[in-house]
Design a protein. Structure first.
Length: 319
């Protein structure tokens, strides 16, 4: 099972699309023995924020106590240069996932493309495994192709998460959709002309795995309260319990039963090969408390990318 720990809600950036923006106060605090006993239930730990490197001591304490677990740090990358020596001591234990949206997009959110590329080089030189996590909002669909080329030049595939959950101008959706189609066609054309594997752009693959929230994936907020996933910590009614609860094992078991019973019947009959479905993403929007609600804009994104992916595969097959 995977446990994400919110090291801190504080952050040194102010990304426009960030869901943490209104929750920027608080550092993780918990009784050490109680926390470590709870961690024993899991085999993988993710360190989140805010910016988790602002509470690097917590990461060091946990990785030292449990050296055989798998670890991931999700960071904006701006503090890697400052802490590279301390991170190097964790080599072999951690995967560092750096938030980088690609040139043109990334520069709008508080960090710079060159700064993040330097951080990635430092991690590589230190022998620390790293990967890139990207986000794209509908307003930036027109920049997808340039971001794809930029991240490809680093030596990584491009796997952007389309953020169709933040507030954007719904009246401009047709404009966004047209920009998206243009970008995806350019990416597909580039892949074909350079004889690349389609999965260098992650949407051009077959993967419809459903989020394991509340089943094999849980999160601790800064107060050590337990939630079914990181996004759920902003919805108090989704709180499962606390690491201090004497019956927390029973509450985790009940959560697994509850979330295993979730039905996504709206997805029946959809033949899109790739999808990123976030059950909590629609929760609370327009008063909805339905974890199975569908984000129609997200569906439109992946149905369009699927059509282009299938056309690309047919074109590659024909030579």
């Amino acid at each position: 099972m995977l446990l994400d720990i919110t090291c801190t809600n504080n952050c040194n950036l102010h990304c426009s699309y960030c869901s943490e923006g209104q929750h920027r106060k608080g550092v993780f605090k918990a009784d050490r023995d109680t926390l470590f006993e709870f961690i024993k239930k899991f085999d993988s730990i993710g360190f989140w924020g805010g910016e988790p490197l602002l509470n690097l001591k917590l990461i060091e304490d946990i990785t030292s106590e449990f050296p055989d677990l798998k670890y991931m740090i999700y960071t904006n990358g701006t503090l890697i240069k400052r802490y590279i020596k301390r991170l190097k001591a964790l080599k072999g234990k951690i995967l560092v996932q750096v938030s980088y949206d690609g040139s043109g997009i990334n520069d709008l959110r508080g960090s710079t493309s060159e700064g993040i590329k330097e951080a990635l080089r430092l991690l590589k030189d230190a022998g620390i495994e790293s990967t890139i996590k990207s986000t794209v909002t509908p307003e930036r669909f027109g920049d997808l192709y340039d971001a794809f080329l930029d991240i490809l030049s680093i030596g990584s595939g491009y796997f952007p998460t389309p953020d169709c959950f933040h507030t954007y101008d719904a009246d401009k959706w047709s404009e966004y959709y047209t920009a998206l189609k243009t970008s995806l066609l350019k990416i597909a054309r580039y892949i074909k002309e350079h004889n690349l594997s389609p999965d260098v752009f992650r949407w051009f693959t077959a993967d419809k795995s459903i989020c394991g929230l509340g089943k094999n994936y849980f999160t601790l907020d800064v107060k050590a309260d337990v939630y079914p996933c990181h996004s759920a910590i902003y919805h108090p009614d989704l709180r499962i319990g606390s690491i201090y609860d004497v019956d927390i094992d029973q509450k985790l078991k009940a959560s697994k039963e509850q979330y295993s019973a979730l039905s996504f019947s709206d997805c029946d009959g959809c033949d899109a090969a790739f999808c990123l479905r976030c059950p909590v993403g629609m929760y609370g929007r327009n008063g909805s408390k339905d974890l199975s609600a569908v984000n129609q804009d997200m569906c439109r994104v992946f149905k369009l990318s699927d059509k282009i992916y299938r056309a690309l595969m047919q074109a590659k097959a024909q030579g």
